[in-house]
Each structure stands twice: as structure tokens, then as C-alpha cells.
Design a protein around this ligand. Structure first.
Ligand code: CP
Length: 362
């Protein structure tokens, strides 16, 4: 089967859907909005954002809503699918078909990997991925890029430590995927062997000019870092609660570890935090995670404005439809049977185009 080009909208499923020039333009716009927010009030008057949150969220949902309201638009949606017809068994395709005829743009968060791409295939408006299972969270990454641009003055030549749940942490996958495109970045992957990044993320680094090292000790890594990106161990993605309990508190950033760090370290966290950063660290001027969350409004204002004023088209599927089930049981192609699995083929390795899990062709 040939390429699936989508329905002619500019979506944000993966940040790599945008060129570096487009990223730069969105980041520059977000920086202008941060400097002079009043200049952008009302530009989206008459437009409607749909926020479809099939999974809990505080920052992403409300910063999207704040962004659209500050731009003069309006917001519809749900934050609990059990209060929508999803509770009656409505599938993703039908919900998206309906809402995309009500809204001008949709932000969707969903617990199943590849769901944002599947939504884009059936939408009559642009779709923004606000987090799809353990896969990607590109608008968090846009927020992180805006944060680094403001706080560090650059997004290149940085040594970035990522600590905690690197396996299920979709913010980690999206951030690495983006930062490897800037020259001179080095990744220090700080995790237990059970929670290291998936192979597709390591492959992304290896395909770039950036490098990575893996280490299990935060105390050993922290003195060498420009940026420390802490993450929560993602309880909701573990098959076994016992395994979660065993791994959940392995990494705790405290004042003693902060004393080992550079004076200009930038500590980020996508939040919410559980216990991986002690509250006492909040008072350290290097702790920037609350500022980071506030910059998310500017990142999302810039994104909405760019997509709705400039348009464009995002190709969605380029590989082959095969009657081979994806090996990831949390892939949207396994949950919504009308969606055929598409794969990119490399020798006998098949990479799912929805969730990016790899499997050998049998
Ligand atoms: N960073 C982030 O995605 O936070 P929420 O889950 O609260 O949206």
C-alpha cells in the first residue's frame, strides 16, 4: 500500500514533524510572547480549541486552555472520558470525527501509544499530541526548548542529564529526539538497567552527531551537567505494582546532591513530582521547574498561532500496511481494530509507524 498523506492539515504528533526553521520560529514567537504578552491578546478571536484528555493532566491541559484563552479564542473538551460518550464505548475515530467538526484545533492526551497519529488520520482539523502513552510528549519538549532558550540562552552544546524513568517517560523520549538535532549536545542517561531508554531512542542519538553515556549514580553524574532533567517513575505504565514499588524511590535529588553540582546547573522536571526532588531543593535558584511550567503557556500560544495562521500539511504514514500485529500491546493498532498497522522496513526489522516499537519480521 502506498503512502498515507493525511487529510491536509498541519499536525504536531512528533516534534520531528516540524523543520528546524519551524522550531526556531515557534521558539522565537514564544520568547516574544514572554517579553510582551499583551501584543498577542485576541489574535485567535473566534477560534475554538478542543482539549480531549483521556488521561489526567494539570499543566498540559490547563496551559493549552490558558494559551487559547489568552489568544482570545475559546475552549471545549473533556478532562475525564468517563463523562463523555467514550464511556458508552465510542471509538477514537468517531470522537475525533465529531469534535474536529466543532473545534478548529484539538489537543489530545491518551494513554495508548500512537493514538495522536491515529486521531490525525481521522480529523478535519489539526491535531496536537499532548502525550500518547509512554511514547511522546512534544509540547512538553517545546516548553523545555523555550525554557532552555530563556534560562541558558541556548539549546546546543549542553551536557544534559536525564534521570529516573527513562523507559516510560515520554517527555524524555521527546526531549532527546529534539535535543539531538542541535550540535554539541551530550546526553547522560541516569537510570537503573530496568528503566533505561528504549532502543528507538538510543538509535535516534546514534543517528545524530550527539553522544550519550549511561550511568546509574546521580551523585557521580551531577557535577558534570549543564542541565538535569529529573523525572517521575511512571506508576501508571508499570504492569506490576511490586516492580514499581521496588524502583520508585531510587533517585532523589536533595540538597546534598545539589552541593555537588555546578553553580549554573539548570534543574528541570516536567512535573508532577512525587518524591524524586525534595521540597527543600525548590528554594535553590537552580531549581527551574516551576518557571518551566509557566513557560509552557507561551510555547503553546506560539504553537497554536503558528498552526492556525500558517497551515501546512503533515504526512502521517510513509511505510507499508502489513497484516502483522504490532508487538506493543499498548499500541493503538492493538486497541482500535479498524486501524491497520503500518511499518517502516529495514532489513528484517519492522518499526511500527504509530508507536515506534520494533520487531523482527517472522
Ligand atoms: N508535564 C505534564 O505533562 O504535566 P501534566 O501531566 O500535569 O499535564
Amino acid at each position: 500500500m502506498g503512502a498515507y498523506a493525511g487529510m491536509g492539515y498541519k499536525h504536531l504528533i512528533d516534534l520531528n514533524d516540524f523543520t528546524m526553521e519551524e522550531w526556531k520560529a515557534i521558539i522565537d514567537l514564544a520568547l516574544q510572547m514572554h517579553q510582551k504578552p499583551k501584543d498577542f491578546l485576541g489574535l485567535m478571536h473566534g477560534k475554538i480549541l478542543g482539549t480531549l484528555f483521556y488521561e489526567p493532566s494539570t499543566r498540559t491541559q490547563m496551559s493549552f486552555q490558558t494559551a487559547m484563552l489568552r489568544l482570545g479564542g475559546q475552549v471545549i473538551g473533556f478532562d475525564n472520558p468517563q463523562n463523555s460518550s467514550v464511556a458508552k464505548g465510542e471509538n477514537l475515530k468517531d470522537t475525533i470525527t465529531i469534535i474536529s467538526n466543532y473545534a478548529d484545533i484539538i489537543a489530545i492526551r491518551h494513554p495508548v501509544e500512537g493514538s495522536a497519529k491515529a486521531a490525525a488520520m481521522h480529523a478535519n482539523c489539526p491535531i496536537i499530541n499532548a502525550g500518547d502513552g509512554g511514547h511522546l510528549h512534544p509540547t512538553q519538549t517545546l516548553t523545555d526548548l523555550v525554557t532552555l532558550s530563556i534560562e541558558k540562552g541556548r539549546t546546543d552544546h549542553l551536557t544534559i542529564g536525564l534521570c529516573g524513568d527513562l523507559k516510560y517517560g515520554r517527555t524524555v523520549h521527546s526531549l532527546i529526539s529534539a535535543m539531538r538535532r542541535f550540535p554539541g549536545n551530550r546526553f547522560v542517561l541516569i537510570s537503573t538497567p530496568e528503566l533505561t531508554v528504549p532502543q528507538f531512542v538510543k538509535d535516534l542519538i546514534q543517528e545524530s552527531e550527539c553522544t550519550y553515556t549511561e550511568i546509574s549514580s546521580l551523585a557521580e553524574a551531577i557535577p558534570h551537567l549543564d542541565v538535569l532533567y529529573m523525572t517521575r517513575v511512571q506508576r501508571e505504565r508499570f504492569a506490576s505494582l511490586k516492580e514499581y514499588e521496588r524502583l520508585k524511590s531510587v533517585y532523589i535529588l536533595d540538597e546534598a546532591k545539589m552541593r555537588l553540582a555546578r553553580p549554573d546547573l539548570c534543574v528541570l522536571h516536567p512535573l508532577p513530582r512525587v518524591d524524586e526532588i525534595e521540597i527543600a531543593v525548590d528554594n535553590d535558584p537552580r531549581a527551574l521547574y516551576f518557571k518551566q511550567a509557566s513557560y509552557g503557556v507561551y510555547a503553546r500560544m506560539a504553537l497554536i498561532l503558528k498552526i492556525l495562521t500558517e497551515g501546512g500539511e503533515t504526512p502521517l504514514l510513509s511505510g507499508c500496511a502489513l497484516d502483522v500485529p504490532c508487538s506493543n500491546s499498548n499500541c493503538i493498532t492493538r486497541r482500535e481494530p479498524y486501524i491497520r498497522p503500518y511499518y517502516r522496513e529495514n532489513g528484517n526489522i519492522l518499526t511500527c509507524e504509530f508507536c515506534e516499537h520494533q520487531q523482527k519480521r517472522s
